[in-house]
Design a protein around this ligand. Structure first.
Ligand code: SAJ
Length: 403
């Protein structure tokens, strides 16, 4: 493995940390990104994303000459596709980046090479990409390995999970699976589970859909409890005392670029069969809409009762607690929705971000102390240390006070 040249196609939230970890094992790694600014940043030993510990690993790998970034693919022995797979307007998966990345290396492939897709992909994508390769390079059929191995790391804990999580590895044939296992064995300490490409693709979609469905259950409970006058946090804590019940936490909706996206890869391809998965997506999206309308109603009530517009603190913009990532964030959606009305003064808070091009940010303590209405949108640790304010309207959507 030490002599092999490894090429990562995509240097984003997964591609860069994986490339850096592989390079830190002394392997020769090159990363490709179409954005020249990203390439330049990495080659300086710096990073363009926030992830604990990543800067140090990248810096060391670049300084030791094991990791470099380029804008165009170069001939290698192992190719990894780690690009985004978003969805289109109608929630259909968009695999155009995977396809473009695949096409970009077809000319470079040679017998004995290993081609791996890590990007979350609809079932059948790996076989489709293999067909694309063999249509253009028929002489490579059965002479290169093609496999799918989904990433499973949790943002915020990526460097640990990259090494310690188990991996599911599915080749288009048994030899491909074995080759891919040998590659991951060079840096993964978790177990490497062998399967076929379709099952590995489905496994990734299953993991994230499962979490989405479970969160939808918690969110549905929160709506029922709101009507029934029951504290949902206490309820879940008590129900979870049962040895076989493990309910997740309700919140302001489900965000990020994985759990709120991947289930659509199943509902698009299996619309009749995926009733529960589709409904869970609806419930989790509705929860954000519901939170926004709760804040709007509180504003109207305050105006009627106090005869003046309230100051409203919107606490948190990130897509989940204790990170600075605002992509696909329900909290950001709720803040934008609420702020459509000029019936209030808004104090926007996000302790993990210095400044934002759209939202003017206020320090969290200042906003909390000054507000008439406080809506907790993300359960950041800082918020949990705040004293409860009896003199304000508190809309605790994510269990800050659990009361
Ligand atoms: N959330 C809740 N209640 C909960 C747990 C989460 O409302 O009890 C919300 C979060 O606030 C957030 C969203 O769900 O808005 C997703 O957060 P998350 O922490 O569940 O997951 P992600 O998106 O950060 O990472 C997931 C992980 N998948 C699973 O746990 C099955 C991670 O392991 C995957 O690698 C990642 O998706 C991915 O890249 O697919």
């Amino acid at each position: 493995m030490k002599e092999k040249k490894i090429l990562f196609l995509g240097l984003g939230y997964i591609g860069l940390p994986t490339a850096a970890v592989v390079a830190s094992r002394g392997l020769h790694v090159t990363g490709v990104d179409i954005n020249p600014n990203i390439v330049e940043t990495i080659n300086r030993g710096e990073i363009h994303i926030v992830e604990p510990g990543l800067r140090e690993v990248v810096h060391q790998a670049v300084c030791q000459g094991h990791l470099k970034a380029v804008v165009r693919p170069e001939p290698s022995d192992i190719y990894l596709v780690v690009v985004p797979t978003p969805f289109k307007g109608n929630h259909e998966p968009d695999i155009s980046y995977v396809e473009a990345a695949t096409r970009s290396v077809i000319e470079l492939l040679k017998p004995g090479d290993l081609f791996i897709i890590e990007s979350t992909s609809p079932v059948g994508t790996t076989e489709k990409m293999a067909q694309l390769i063999f249509a253009q390079r028929p002489e490579l059929e059965n002479r290169i390995s093609v496999a799918y191995c989904p990433e499973r790391v949790l943002p915020g804990n990526v460097l640990y999970e990259l090494v310690h999580n188990d991996r599911v590895i599915g080749g288009i044939n048994a030899a491909s699976t074995r080759e891919a296992q040998a590659f991951y064995g060079a840096f993964v300490e978790g177990t490497l589970h062998a399967t076929n490409a379709r099952t590995a693709e489905m496994c990734k979609l299953t993991e994230n859909s499962s979490r989405d469905v479970q969160i939808a259950f918690a969110n549905e409970l929160s709506l029922i409890c709101d009507k029934a006058g029951i504290n949902v946090w206490e309820l879940i804590e008590l129900a979870n005392k049962h040895p076989r019940v493990r309910i997740l936490q309700p919140g302001s909706g489900v965000g990020g670029h994985c759990i709120a996206v991947d289930p659509y890869f199943l509902t698009a391809d299996f619309p009749i069969e995926s009733q529960l998965i589709a409904k869970s997506r609806e419930i989790n999206n509705y929860k954000s809409f519901w939170c926004a309308s709760q804040v709007k109603q509180a504003i109207q009530r305050f105006k009627v009762e106090q005869g003046r517009p309230p100051r409203v603190a919107l606490m948190g913009l990130a897509f989940k607690p204790n990170i600075d990532d605002l992509r696909e964030s329900p909290a950001k959606y709720i803040a934008s929705k609420v702020m459509e009305s000029d019936d209030a003064t808004y104090l926007i808070v996000e302790p993990n971000v210095q400044e934002h091009p759209v939202f003017k940010l206020t320090p969290y303590r200042e906003a909390y102390d000054q507000a008439d209405i406080v809506a907790f949108l993300v359960a950041h640790n800082e918020f949990k240390a705040l004293p409860y304010r009896e003199d304000a309207v508190i809309l605790d959507f994510c269990g800050i006070f659990k009361r």
